[in-house]
Ligand binder design. Structure first.
Ligand SMILES: Nc1ncnc2c1ncn2[C@@H]1O[C@H](COP(=O)(O)OP(=O)(O)OP(=O)(O)O)[C@@H](O)[C@H]1O
Ligand SMILES: [Mg+2]
Length: 326
């Protein structure tokens, strides 16, 4: 029954601790708070908590508090009674009610406006809610899993997050470490995504060259696991052979990785010519793909003299013949 944790790559000490916590709390029904930078896997954890719980046959209802306009958020969460406001021509269930019997995933709880924080606190304490415009209390049976990438401690100090709500949700807390602090998990994740993405794109699974791997290791990954997934996906799409090399990584990543390593950062002109050269390579390969290797049509589309196109193709050792008959 551990399927949802199998999808979870990582054997670093920090991630093993996360697994343990998930296993221990999943079927206890206590509310859970997940903290971590963007892209560290907060939603994946929330789903695992749900899937390993007794509520697994109930719904998993995610809501991103930062994505719903403030004036709609209350009726989205709590629902409303007929006539509660103009346009409320019938009663409507809110998302908290819709999650009954299951798990309610309150994503980006740090973005919840203060007024709604007070209402949410009441729901958490009493497990009852009042629809907008309603008088009666509706009992709800949900487990709340909340997440945020913001620093709630700071928000509590500057009073943009209610202290009482913070203590109420901070009972079981899962801190997801940033990718840069997960050691060898980086390699495991890179290989996992190489396999996953090449399956999706129906490509052979590539190897990752030693040089590419060492750039990946030195980079600081502000976008964490999601950024790694995107870097690998992009590399597979661009790569012309079965190896992910340094050339297939974003120039900005390599520059940052070099700088982090104490290598003198390359200057503007160096980086610019590398960008241009990469742009040309990507541009011409997709141009030829679209025109199935036909140089005349490619030149027309690019509005380039045919001779110029030939010269550029040969500078990049691109053979139009490779794109014919596809
Ligand atoms: N340990 C992991 N193993 C495998 N895939 C992972 C892992 N952690 C995250 N991912 C994948 O990385 C991506 C980002 O994860 P997720 O959406 O859960 O992050 P998040 O913390 O909710 O991000 P955000 O703060 O941007 O909402 C998803 O595609 C997820 O499946
Ligand atoms: Mg998320």
């Amino acid at each position: 029954m551990d399927d949802s944790l199998d999808a979870f790559v990582g054997s670093s000490t920090a991630m093993r601790a996360v697994h343990d916590t998930i296993r221990r709390v999943a079927d206890t029904d206590v509310d859970v708070l997940i903290l971590g930078e963007t892209g560290t896997g907060k939603e994946l954890v929330a789903r695992a908590v749900h899937e390993l719980s007794r509520r697994v046959s109930g719904p998993f209802v995610p809501v991103d508090c930062g994505a719903i306009p403030e004036n709609l958020l209350e009726s989205e969460l709590f629902g409303y009674e007929r006539g509660a406001f103009t346009g409320a021509d019938r009663q409507r269930q809110g998302l908290l009610e819709a999650a009954s019997g299951g798990t309610f995933f309150l994503d980006e709880i740090g973005d919840l406006p203060l007024v709604l924080q007070a209402k949410l606190l009441r729901v958490l304490q009493e497990r009852k809610l009042r629809r907008v415009g309603g008088n009666s209390e509706v009992p709800i049976d949900v487990r709340i899993v909340a997440a945020t990438s913001r620093n709630l401690d700071d928000m509590v100090s500057d009073r943009s997050f209610r202290e009482d709500l913070f203590y109420r949700i901070n009972v079981v807390r899962i801190d997801l470490p940033p990718l840069r602090e997960r050691g060898d998990d980086l390699g495991l994740l890179a290989e996992f995504f190489a396999e996953q993405c090449s399956r999706e794109m129906q490509r052979p699974v590539p190897a990752i060259s030693g040089a590419a791997y060492s750039s990946l290791r030195r980079y600081h990954w502000p976008g964490n696991v999601r950024e790694l997934q995107n870097v690998i996906r992009r590399a597979i799409a661009l790569s012309e052979d079965d190896v992910i090399g340094v050339d297939d990584l974003p120039v900005s990543l390599i520059a940052a990785a070099d700088a982090a390593n104490g290598n003198p950062a390359r200057g503007f002109f160096d980086l610019r010519s590398e960008y241009v050269s990469r742009f040309e390579r990507e541009y011409f390969t997709s141009l030829l793909k679209r025109n199935t290797g036909n140089v005349k049509e490619s030149a027309n589309e690019a509005k380039l003299p045919r001779g110029t196109l030939y010269r550029l193709l040969s500078a990049h050792e691109i053979d139009p013949g490779d794109y014919r008959g596809r």
